[in-house]
Design a protein. Structure first.
Length: 119
């Protein structure tokens, strides 16, 4: 009978994805009823493109029992409740004081597969 198990070769893959918004404000509310909407401060007839989330990850299979994962993230987490005042009184989410994304390590882990025998 032929051996059906394939020889293991260590390897990994680089991956990523992004979400973004495009906004066009055709008119403005003169009574400023926008509240904490992130586009309230836009001038009439203005448009903007903004990244909402950027992920860059790497997965690596070290052996048949061990794998590693790393994820670098940059997120405009406006709706998380962590709103602060930015330049010119504009509201910003998880951004730097200058309104720029600050990439950070969202996760880094090592996985040990099949640590327990199946019962």
């Amino acid at each position: 009978m032929a051996d059906t198990t394939a020889e293991f070769k260590p390897g990994g893959n680089l991956w990523g994805y992004t979400f973004g918004d495009f906004a066009y404000k055709g008119n403005a509310d003169n009574l400023n009823r926008g509240g904490s909407n992130q586009y309230t401060g836009m001038l009439p007839n203005a448009n903007a493109f903004q990244f909402r989330r950027i992920y860059l990850g790497y997965n690596y299979n070290i052996s048949q029992k061990f794998s590693a994962e790393f994820l670098l993230a940059a997120e405009d987490d406006f709706n998380s409740g962590s709103v602060t005042e930015g330049p010119n009184g504009t509201s910003i989410g998880d951004l730097t004081q200058g309104g720029k994304f600050a990439p950070y390590v969202k996760l880094a882990n090592l996985r040990w597969k099949n640590i327990f025998k199946k019962l």
